[in-house]
Design a protein around this ligand. Structure first.
Ligand SMILES: [Zn+2]
Length: 415
């Protein structure tokens, strides 16, 4: 069979239409989870899915599942999806692409009269971004039993509104029970620069980096910047700065896609003529392999102890998050590569530096992701952009991989 191709223009148009909901003057989208704008985005997706002949289920955390029946509807669905919520100053593609690509898969199967043995489902997961309510990837986390639904419904935003209240007010609290998922695919923009820099259209995602986050508290002593001789200081900012340099060294010397970042620092008393006595900072360490991740952290802890001794400060390193590296299903990843090959698209293996809903689905079902380039690697930004031909290419890879997993039962006309 010839590889299938989606209707790239229709997909692009749907993305642009969806991006009008919550559009910002700079060309981005602000559609925070469980707001009225999110409701409008959800309503639009549901309306389009129904128009494509799909049935809708909504679960207790507000995840939406649009289903295209299979010839054997008792088989576990082959699922795809992503999220419709955005960051406060987000773009048109992060999340929306995965949902619209899934919808386009169904529309195209309808065009061609192809029926699959297993049902096909397109999911829109609640609160992937985690900017209004923590944690991130809440809906897929509940689906994969990482989080208890009751606890998640009780999470509150800064105004004291709970997830449960917000869900009810937009009319998206349902009672659908989770179903066994046969296979899960997610198409997403890369949100990084690798595909664009290497001139590659498709990233076959092998998994996502593991993450360890820390809060670091450096304590020295405030003292006068003039009378305190250098050798008698206990400069917390000097200690913190040395730890920043060590963080960079560790990330640059370890293998397996090592990354390490100090993204936030608070200096006290933060005054021009006072030797800083206290620094609070964050530390974000990532790696594709759990043992390398641990080795990086141990190296950083040794560095911190050495710096503390040399600067006569104390450095307290407290772990606040651990997220194991994920490895996607080798057969599905190969199916993504094979679909790209059949379509004549350039493809390379890639590891996701960010977490996605797919990371949680991977815990309960065979999972793979498809990355397409985004301009300048820019995401979580109003200027986030992607090329229409590459957006279409990713969805064409998706349709072939999904059809391979769901198995064609009948085709009314040739592709
Ligand atoms: Zn996303």
């Amino acid at each position: 069979m010839q590889p299938l191709k989606v209707d790239g223009e229709r997909l692009w148009q749907s993305l642009m239409d969806l991006a009008r909901i919550g559009a910002t003057p700079k060309g981005g989208v602000r559609r925070l989870t469980l707001t009225d704008l999110d409701r409008q985005g959800r309503d639009t997706f549901v309306q389009w899915a129904r128009a494509a002949g799909m049935t809708i289920r909504i679960d207790a955390i507000g995840n939406i599942f649009a289903r295209r029946a299979g010839v054997d509807d008792s088989l576990p669905p082959v699922m795809t999806g992503s999220h419709l919520d955005t960051q406060p100053s987000g773009g048109k593609f992060d999340g929306a692409y995965g949902v619209m690509a899934g919808l386009e898969v169904v529309r195209r199967l309808n065009d061609l009269g192809i029926r699959t043995r297993a049902p096909i489902e397109v999911a829109a997961w609640t609160n992937e971004e985690g900017s209004r309510f923590v944690p991130t990837m809440m809906g897929s986390g509940v689906y994969a039993s990482v989080y208890a639904v009751g606890e998640m419904l009780a999470q509150k935003d800064v105004d004291g509104v709970s997830v449960g209240e917000a869900l009810k007010s937009i009319g998206y609290q349902g009672d659908a029970k989770p179903v066994k998922v046969g296979a899960y695919f997610e198409a997403h923009i890369e949100q990084g620069p690798v595909l664009e820099n290497t001139g590659t259209t498709i990233g076959a995602v092998q998994g996502a980096l593991g993450q360890r986050w820390f809060d670091v508290e450096v304590t020295g002593q405030d003292s006068h910047a003039g009378p305190t001789p250098m050798e008698l200081r206990r400069d917390a900012l000097l200690a913190a700065s040395r730890l920043v340099v060590e963080t960079n060294r560790v990330a640059c010397t370890y293998p397996d896609n090592a990354r390490a970042t100090v993204g936030h620092m608070r200096v006290a008393p933060n005054s021009r003529n006072v030797v800083p006595g206290a620094v609070n900072m964050t530390l974000d360490v990532r790696n594709a392999k759990d043992e390398t991740l641990l080795a990086m952290v141990e190296d950083l802890r040794r560095s911190a102890a050495k710096i503390a001794a040399e600067t006569r400060c104390t450095i307290d390193v407290k772990e606040v998050l651990y997220f194991a590296p994920s490895h996607f299903d080798p057969k599905l990843v190969e199916s993504v590569r094979a679909s790209a090959r059949a379509l004549g698209l350039s493809c390379r293996d890639i590891v996701s530096g960010a977490a996605h809903d797919a990371v949680y689905l991977n815990r309960i079902a065979p999972t793979a992701m498809i990355f397409v380039p985004c301009e300048g690697g820019l995401s979580h930004n109003e200027l986030e952009n992607a090329r229409p031909d590459e957006i279409a290419a990713g969805a064409s890879v998706l349709i072939n991989a999904m059809v391979a997993a769901a198995v064609v039962a009948e085709a009314a006309q040739a592709a």
